[in-house]
Design a protein around this ligand. Structure first.
Ligand SMILES: [Zn+2]
Length: 418
């Protein structure tokens, strides 16, 4: 410990990489924090290569339109367009090379999904970190965004502690994302959106950039968005708990939610009944101590309400989402009934969808973006699924589409295969 009580980082950190062969610290050890090889002091000059990757791939950056979400300075992007397009093309080439390597040596490089992503984080100070997606089967994968953030964290933790312990964390200014096709899911997945939305490295203004084959334009576009544009309702929410009876809470609707309620002929009574069942399930979950922080969800499937608690050993790592559990039970119960009718000679009805989902729980980040992301898939409910939460002692009714502003989600089930 030093005199001011802060752990002496030099004796703590240098043995990891700075010891000379006879075990003594170099004389100037404190003045030499390890430099990451890809430091870009001016932020946007990424490397030493001189060949234009865009040109090599037959792409002229000048002809690529910018599609930016509101709040982004398009002029600034225009100024840096050649550099950004060039770098995104390079990342795309790396992704293609990784796919090629996987074909040649599948035992070593192949991803279960056969998707190859490369992410690059540009920190506010100009440092850059890259990552690729790593997959251990289809169910347990780490996306390139989080691998890049892991590389950043690993490198930055090897640096000395800041003099001022209250100094802000380094923030990610830009995330550049590419895959081997420049199409499909070249946008952060819900797990990453949730992770970035809560992680200290990212800010609501972190910009996410990708090159995509855009159907509307019929060609490559440079897409730019920010985390806050992507997740307009994100941020610390209040726990979804009610201080009074659910039946008496005033209700508040988003415009899209009102439209869906009219279109699907869903009543406020049904939404309150769902919340009431989620409330009841939550209290049973508390009695049973089914999770560290208890949560419950109820879904509306085919006019019926199905509720489920969260089952989890830890807050998030090992758990079953209550919304997906309730939806699975609801859909499967009705499929059983439909199958019975089909066995009697009636036409087989299509699998029902989730019309609405209500959340009740004590975590301030509930409902989870990942849960909503699963629910956004067409097979479950799609982006028009109603979302009922309690905010400021009001029943807040939105749609999943209100929570996400991203083209990650496919419009139909068929389009979801990559
Ligand atoms: Zn992801």
């Amino acid at each position: 410990m030093t005199a001011n009580g802060i752990i002496n980082v030099h004796t703590g950190f240098w043995p990891l990489y700075g010891l000379s062969s006879h075990g003594a610290l170099p004389a100037n050890a404190q003045e030499q924090p390890r430099e990451h090889p890809s430091v870009a002091p001016d932020g946007l000059r990424f490397g030493r290569w001189t060949t234009s990757f865009a040109k090599r791939m037959g792409v002229d950056p000048a002809t690529i339109p910018i599609v930016a979400s509101p709040g982004i300075s398009v002029e600034e992007l225009e100024q840096n367009k050649t550099t950004l397009v060039d770098e995104l093309m390079r990342l795309h080439m790396v992704a293609k090379q990784n796919q090629k390597k996987a074909e040649l040596a599948p035992h070593r490089y192949q991803n279960a999904s056969n998707a190859y992503f490369v992410s690059k984080l540009v920190m506010e100070g100009g440092q850059t970190f890259e990552g690729v997606n790593i997959e251990s089967g289809l169910e347990n994968t780490i996306c390139s965004e989080r691998v890049a953030a892991g590389n950043a964290e690993t490198a930055l933790r090897n640096q000395p502690l800041p003099n001022d312990p209250g100094q802000a964390n380094p923030k990610v200014k830009m995330l550049l994302l590419a895959n081997q096709t420049l199409g499909g899911h070249a946008a952060p997945c819900p797990c990453c959106m949730e992770w970035m939305g809560q992680h200290r490295y990212f800010s609501p203004d972190t910009m996410i950039l990708s090159l995509r084959k855009d159907e509307a334009f019929g060609k490559l576009v440079l897409k730019a968005t920010t985390l806050k544009d992507m997740l307009p309702l994100n941020g610390p929410k209040q726990p979804s708990l009610a201080n009074g009876p659910v039946q008496t809470l005033p209700a508040e609707y988003t415009g899209k939610a009102r439209q869906i309620i009219t279109q699907k002929n869903i009543s406020e009574y049904q939404l309150r009944a769902m919340m009431q069942q989620a409330w009841q399930t939550y209290h049973y979950a508390r009695i049973g101590q089914l999770a560290q922080k208890n949560q419950a969800a109820a879904v509306l499937v085919g006019g019926q309400v199905y509720a489920a608690p969260k089952l989890g050993w830890h807050t998030a790592r090992f758990h079953e989402d209550p919304d997906t559990t309730a939806a699975t039970v609801g859909i499967q119960t009705q499929n059983h009934r439909n199958a019975w009718y089909a066995a009697q000679g009636y036409a087989l009805a299509p699998s029902p969808k989730v019309d609405a989902v209500a959340y009740y729980g004590e975590d301030e980040n509930y409902p989870r973006i990942t849960g909503l992301g699963k629910m956004a898939y067409p097979g479950f409910g799609g982006k028009d699924t109603l979302v009922v939460t309690i905010r400021n002692d009001r029943l807040f009714v939105s749609t999943i589409g209100d929570h996400f502003n991203t083209d990650y989600f496919p419009a139909s089930q068929a389009a979801s295969s990559i």
